[in-house]
Write a protein that binds this ligand. Structure first.
Ligand code: ADP
Ligand code: MG
Length: 483
């Protein structure tokens, strides 16, 4: 069933709920550590388990981080935030309720700007509230039963809820990436999606173009990579178009994205908010946040992605595409600025970092932090490229070898014989030799067969096994062929 021909009649509407794990050292209501990857069930305290008689104590760092986020999206910060119990039963929630926020969330309305196909667009943020994470069910450890790991229970989460302002899967990913860069620049989360530090629920509906009312939506739960967000939303849009085009209706429900089959499946029909029997958390008093506290945080905000993108454009003369990619994460942008301290040619650094360096990170599914090519190695390589000591193809080859072997740039150049000959006298001599060896072609060239220029370049490259600097070869060859 093809939807392409029909899809132009429909407008997708998307709103994201993003869960960000805050990088506090201890849990939101207990002093148990929040480290990832610890042996199961060793870091849930009696408070995280909700044993009778224990009382939660709010972690001030989590509040500070939530306010930092709020200030960076120009949101209203509540002076009087309230925690609430959200009651539901699930094996990974031994307390039977999650402490969250409903009315009076800590962060109110704000917005972020995204740029897509050279157009800027403001995406509204409805709210961001603090809550505790649940434990984890593990289904693949034992044959016939599931296991529960409660280490994650009580880890602080900031849930960031967007307005239904997104109009395509691409916009949704762009927005998610913006939030990712904001929280990592603010140092309030490591943003590692593969470890679940950032997860997202996508709410998707469609409506006829020109329609102003929202259609029925479905919510795809817990998507954990940028790629899957895009795929899940696109699948869901097509599924809904097909249903409405064949006179069916969209059931309001929660769905799950299966990345192996690249499809979404129904999990359960949508519970209504009041199914959770929310009520104010009796063990926590309302949180008073003073204007001084908020102002102090505003004053101490670091440079944020948008500001840094602007600065990269003016200071390093980059285009906004390059600046955007170089600021997609804090590590990437630090990497760039560190190299820019030693190499003046900032365009060249950007070109290679946005191009081949990003490509190799993608190829090996690695973040900048996990890069097998150190900042020093990349600096070394780009320096040699900038000084014309190696050619572009040689640099490409070196990047691949640097990634896979424990070896320096200098050693690779030596071993693979990649040194570029750019000395004009040396190249001049080579060219004279090539010209002498090909008198027939020389005559034809001088008689107007200009196409043969390429032949001569080829010959010079061949005798030097590709190591002559093509810029110098072109320049000198033009002179010598004229005589
Ligand atoms: P709930 O609390 O039941 O999940 P909310 O009204 O808080 O519902 O909305 C959650 C998310 O769903 C928000 O990001 C919002 O923008 C989005 N959303 C709401 N209605 C629609 C719709 N019709 N289509 C797409 N997204 C929607
Ligand atoms: Mg929801």
């Amino acid at each position: 069933m093809s939807t392409n021909s029909k899809s132009f009649n429909w407008e997708p509407v998307i709103g994201l709920e993003i869960h960000v794990q805050l990088s506090t050292k201890s849990k939101i209501f207990s002093n148990a550590p929040t480290e990832f990857g610890i042996e199961q069930n060793l870091q849930a305290s009696i408070i995280d388990l909700g044993l009778p008689g224990v009382l939660p104590v709010l972690n001030k760092k989590a509040i500070e981080m939530a306010v930092r986020f709020g200030c960076s999206i120009n949101a209203n910060i509540s002076n009087h935030a309230i925690f609430a119990r959200k009651n539901y039963f699930y094996p990974d929630l031994p307390k039977g309720y999650q402490i969250s926020q409903l009315d009076d969330p800590i962060v109110g309305e704000g917005s972020v700007e995204i740029e897509i196909e050279n157009e800027k667009k403001l995406i509204g943020i409805t709210r961001a509230h603090l809550e505790e994470d649940a434990g984890k069910s593990i289904h693949d450890k034992y044959d016939n039963s599931s296991a529960i790991d409660l280490n994650r229970a009580g880890t602080p989460l900031l849930e960031i809820v967007s307005e239904p302002d997104l109009r395509s899967a691409k916009e949704a990913v762009c927005y998610l990436k913006k939030i990712h860069s904001i929280v990592t620049f603010l140092d309030i989360s490591d943003g590692d999606m593969s470890q679940g530090s950032m997860r997202c629920d996508a709410n998707v509906s469609i409506r006829k173009k020109g329609e102003t009312k929202l259609g029925n939506r479905t919510e795809i739960k817990n998507i954990n990579s940028f790629k899957f967000v895009e795929k899940a939303i696109n699948f869901e849009i097509s599924r809904q178009i097909n249903l409405l085009e064949s006179d069916n209706f969209i059931e309001q429900e929660t769905r799950l994205y299966d990345s192996q089959k690249d499809e979404t499946r129904s999990m359960r029909s949508k519970e209504h908010a009041n199914d959770y029997r929310y009520f104010p958390e009796p063990d926590l008093i309302p949180l008073e946040i003073s204007n001084d506290f908020i102002q102090d945080i505003k004053n101490s905000l670091p440079e944020l992605p948008d500001q840094k993108i602007e600065r990269f454009c003016s200071e390093y003369k980059l285009n906004s595409y390059e600046a955007e990619i170089l600021n997609s994460s804090k590590e990437m942008s630090n990497f760039y600025e560190k190299i820019a301290q030693s190499i003046k040619n900032t365009k060249l650094i950007a070109k290679w970092m946005v191009g081949d360096f990003s490509a190799i990170l993608n190829k090996y599914g690695s973040s900048v932090e996990e890069s097998k090519i150190s900042c020093d190695d990349l600096t070394d390589l780009l320096q040699k490229l900038d000084e014309d000591k190696i050619s572009d193809p040689a640099a490409k080859k070196i990047i691949e070898i640097l990634w896979n072997e424990n070896i320096t740039v200098e050693e690779i150049i030596e071993r693979e014989n990649l040194k570029q000959i750019s000395n004009e006298d040396d190249i001049g001599e080579l060219i004279e030799k090539v010209i002498k060896e090909n008198p027939k072609q020389l005559e034809q060239y001088r008689n107007g067969k200009e196409k043969l220029f390429g032949f001569f370049v080829g010959q010079v490259m061949k005798t030097t096994q590709g190591s002559a600097d093509p810029k110098v070869v072109n320049k000198i060859l033009k002179d010598k062929l004229k005589q």
